[in-house]
Design a protein around this ligand. Structure first.
Ligand code: SIN
Length: 292
């Protein structure tokens, strides 16, 4: 499906965002529909009105960024906790003394492998609402994170395809990635704890009511009740939407930058172009509702 020329629905989405001015924070969009850098904020010390504007910006822009947030680990956790309960990741390494913080510490020996489009922990019965990622060490250049707007991606599908997706469900399964690192016994144990799970192929955001594509190349295995070849073709078409530049923004990290993204409405991709340099990030992941 060759597409070139404007995608007019992006203009409509942009106009909607412009109807929501901010009073307490500054907001600089990185693209028309996804990603905004927020200023005038200390995440370690937020009053109620500022918090409300941050919450709105997060829903509107799907990922928001903050610079120079030299906050403590406790403040990182406390900020995330304002949005919901925090998860412990059963496979990724955590920060020493903090089971609810994932530590991505990459260097010459530990290579960055998060360079595939995904939505965090979509293999859980209740996948993530959002993730708050903080940069501790960044390479001199490279190591950007890219985000892709799954609401825009859904909007961009033609009506026939939208109708076809109606009511479809797909299976998400951790064994496709984290499972590869486990021996058969440990794998069987973890499968009991985290069985493969079905979610709608298109989910409706519980707050904004907007529809978004909710399958991803890492964790989705197949479409329920569809012949494998046809299902795989459909999944590939849906995955490929994340690669459309008009749906993306890209963030250049600095030490103490923070990104807070909405796993219900986007996918992300950590560029793995900086090896053998060091890149150390810490992520707190907020538990969301079961997708509907
Ligand atoms: C991730 O949550 O997939 C990691 C993102 C990153 O390291 O930029």
């Amino acid at each position: 499906m060759l597409h070139y020329g404007p995608r007019p629905f992006l203009h409509e989405m942009r106009e909607e965002l412009e109807r929501a001015p901010c009073k307490r924070i500054t907001l600089r969009p990185l693209s028309p529909t996804i990603g905004a850098e927020i200023g005038g904020v200390d995440l370690g010390d937020l009053d109620g009105e500022t918090f409300a504007e941050i919450e709105r910006a997060h829903l509107d822009y799907k990922v928001i960024f903050f610079r120079d947030q030299d906050i403590t680990t406790e403040q990182h956790l406390a900020f995330a906790r304002r949005f919901g309960e925090l998860e412990e990741h059963p496979f990724l390494p955590s920060k020493e003394g903090y089971t609810k913080i994932i530590r991505f510490a990459k260097d010459e020996d530990v290579k960055g492998v998060e360079n595939v489009w995904h939505s965090d922990v979509s293999w859980r019965e209740q996948p993530s609402l959002g993730s708050v990622l903080r940069a501790h060490e960044v390479p001199s250049v490279g190591g950007d994170t890219l985000f892709s707007d799954m609401v825009a991606a859904y909007q961009g599908l033609d009506d026939e395809l939208k109708a076809k997706l109606e009511g479809l469900r797909a299976v998400h399964d951790f064994t496709r990635t984290f499972g590869l690192l486990l021996d058969p016994e440990a794998l069987a144990e973890k499968q009991k704890e985290f069985p493969a799970i079905e979610h709608p192929v298109v989910r409706t955001h519980p707050v904004t009511g907007k529809k978004a594509i909710y399958v991803n190349a890492v964790f989705t295995s197949h479409i329920v009740g569809m012949e494998r070849e046809e299902g795989d073709r459909l999944l590939l078409l849906l995955y490929s939407q994340a690669a459309v530049p008009e749906y993306q923004c890209r963030f250049r990290w600095q030490k103490n930058s923070i990104a807070f993204w909405d796993n219900r409405s986007l996918q992300h991709y950590a560029a793995s172009d900086y090896w053998p340099q060091q890149r150390v990030m810490e992520r707190v992941t907020i538990i969301g509702a079961r997708p509907a």
